[in-house]
Each structure stands twice: as C-alpha cells, then as structure tokens.
Write a protein that binds this ligand. Structure first.
Ligand SMILES: Cc1cc2nc3c(=O)[nH]c(=O)nc-3n(C[C@H](O)[C@H](O)[C@H](O)COP(=O)(O)O)c2cc1C
Length: 200
C-alpha cells in the first residue's frame, strides 16, 4: 500500500506508515540556482540535535558548508568522488562526523556511528518536511576532507550530505536521470526481521 504526500517518490509500503518516512528518498536533481535558506539549514540541524544517544552524550558533529563561504564549500566539494559530481549542484554540503570518545570521558564510544546515523536520519526527515533534497554519500575522500579542514583523528567522518531544492533532472547524466524514476525497493520483511526466535 502506498502512502502519498507532496513528494515525488513515496515508498510503496506494505503497511501504511507516516508520510514523512515514506516520502524520504535520495534524489540527485538539485537546482543550483535555488538557495537553501539559512533558517531551513538551522531547522535541519535542530532536528539532528534532538536525536537520541547513549547517556545523552551526542557524539555527532556536522561540518556545514554553504555559499556564504565559497572557499570552504569548494574545499568540501573537492573531496567528492567523480561519481557524485551531481552533488556539486547542491548549495549546501554537509559532512557527518562523530567524536570517538564520550564527551568528558576517556572511554571510547563504540556506538558513535549508530548514533550519528540517527541524527542524520532525523535531518533527512526534517528535509522531507521542508521539501528539500537530502542525499547522503559515502563516495568522497575522508582523508582529503580531514586534511582540508584539519580534522583530528578524534573524529570519524561518515558521510557527505547534499542539500538543495529539487527540480533539475535535466542537469543529470542519463543514468542518474533514469534513477530518479526507478522503482524504489527494499528487502522483504522475512529477510530482516526475526519474530520470537532468531533465523539467518
Ligand atoms: C551511508 C550512505 C552512503 C551513500 N552513498 C551514496 C553515494 O556515494 N552516492 C549516491 O549517489 N548515493 C549514495 N547513497 C544513497 C543510497 O544509494 C540510497 O539511500 C539507497 O539507494 C536507497 O534509496 P533511497 O534513499 O531513495 O530510499 C548513500 C546512502 C547512505 C545512507
């Protein structure tokens, strides 16, 4: 059963779920002419800030690059891999990071990646609400980013995130343009969920 909201590719869900969750998807068709308002970026970050974490220690950090500082944005863009050239259209580029040790403690927080993922997903849902593209990428060089911004080894670097206003499929190369319309798929529930006993 599909849920519908004002989004282009809502998930064709097996059961009805919240339209914001069904409506989140990873578009690449960002309009380079349309700015993302500062207030919108702040709302995305606010959504991340309210994610849950163990001991409420909040290990996530986000590097936020905007057109307000073209030099910094250029440095961030330079870390993207060629396959993610579409993301150069994004007026806002973020990177998700996590602090290796619990804040205020010497102990390593080995759930930091999990928690940072939750903060990123909170932002993704807020982006659906805002009508923005929010597309995470593993395709970038964390080493290049680390060097460019002098990020210490105390931080893991997880994803690049392109944020922008949707609507410019015509700027995409053919394969990526087609991907905007391909059926969104997921594994079946019995491959993912074990009820009342474990099965592999
Ligand atoms: C950690 C992570 C890394 C990803 N890396 C890339 C990437 O480098 N380039 C890209 O175009 N999409 C990337 N994606 C997007 C995924 O391909 C996409 O989320 C997946 O196909 C499911 O599609 P949906 O988000 O539209 O539901 C990434 C997503 C995540 C969460």
């Amino acid at each position: 059963m599909s849920t519908h909201r004002d989004v282009k590719r809502p998930a064709d869900t097996l059961f009805p779920i919240d339209p914001v969750i069904a409506g989140r998807w990873s578009s690449r068709a960002i309009d380079p002419e349309q700015p993302v308002e500062q207030a919108q970026v702040q709302r995305l970050l606010e959504a991340a800030r309210w994610a849950p974490s163990s001991f409420n220690n909040q290990p996530w950090e986000f590097l936020v690059l905007t057109r307000d500082d073209p030099k910094a944005l250029k440095k961030g863009r330079a870390a993207l891999m060629a396959g993610n050239a579409w993301a150069l259209n994004a007026p806002v580029l973020m990177f998700s990071l996590a602090k290796v040790h619990f804040r205020g403690k010497t102990r390593e927080n080995w759930r930091r990646g999990f928690e940072t993922g939750m903060a990123a997903l909170s932002m993704a849902f807020q982006a659906v609400h805002e009508g923005l593209v929010f597309h995470q990428m593993a395709g970038f060089s964390a080493d290049e980013l680390r060097t460019a911004f002098d990020i210490s080894e105390e931080y893991d670097i997880y994803t690049a995130i392109a944020v922008g206003v949707p609507g410019r499929e015509d700027l995409l190369e053919e394969q990526k343009r087609e991907a905007e319309h391909e059926q969104r798929t997921r594994l079946q529930p019995d491959e993912l969920f074990s009820w009342n006993g474990w099965s592999e």
